[in-house]
Design a protein around this ligand. Sequence first.
Ligand SMILES: C[S@@+](CC[C@H](N)C(=O)[O-])C[C@H]1O[C@@H](n2cnc3c(N)ncnc32)[C@H](O)[C@@H]1O
Length: 273
Amino acid sequence: MGNRRYLEELNKDSTREIFESFKKLPANQLKLIYNTADWAYINHSEFKAVYDLLRPYFNKKLRLLDVGCGDGRFLIPLEGKFRLYGLDFSKSFLREVKKHCKSCRTIFGHAEKLPFKSDYFDVVLSVRLIQHLSKKQQQNAIDEMYRVVKPGGKVIVLNYNSMSALNIYKKICQSKTPKFWPFIKWRWVIDEYNSPSELKAMFKRAGFNRIRTTGCTLGEPDVLRLTKISSFLEKISRKIPLKYYGLCERLESYVKSTPLANLMNRVVIIGGK
Ligand SMILES: C[S@@+](CC[C@H](N)C(=O)[O-])C[C@H]1O[C@@H](n2cnc3c(N)ncnc32)[C@H](O)[C@@H]1O
């Protein structure tokens, strides 16, 4: 097996393992991660970006597939608005989705080989999945999303932006991080971010038309979280990060309407078939 292939295989196992281990964390530890001002901001910002794009299509008769749905962060609030399908390669996540979203069909499978017939879905969504795939796998996954969406349908993909401040932080971590590195280390074997133009090229290759990109979340929240600055601030007073992220939210809607959107932490791409 070639080195790249080996890494890709290893990535599948290690990514799944990290996610599975995450699910096994005791509730109090999960609370420490999710009950923070920075997570609330990031979650809200990503959700708003996707929700705003989906809103025009709300229709109980339309089929929506979430590829790499995780624990249903996006599916659960969409219950009743689409006929929902969630695909993931983590069975424990799929069980979690089913617990909270009874009408959602959960499917165990791989993003690079979607177990659905062609032209089946009206909308395909995928949030924060493709960074766990190598560039070649990313193209395969995007090709597959194109295959399963109906003509006239839409595919929305959200991924980390390689043009963001977070990517600089990641590159520092991935280079020879000194032993005394006091901040959170990078644990993913493959963590592929994309620039808006790179994603556009991938969508074009897959066959999409009417392609456009937007962004969401300003760069700092992730960096503040990874450098543990935000948890330090929260310890002093929760009001400080809450105020700060409140400002970020307001600034974000302005940034989105400018070319600076290309530097936001996440890139969101929409393609039509
Ligand atoms: C960062 S999580 C995002 C989950 C969810 N979309 C969200 O935004 O909350 C990535 C998800 O993709 C799944 N995943 C990663 N690689 C996958 C693959 N090749 N095929 C299917 N699912 C995959 C993981 O199990 C995990 O649930």
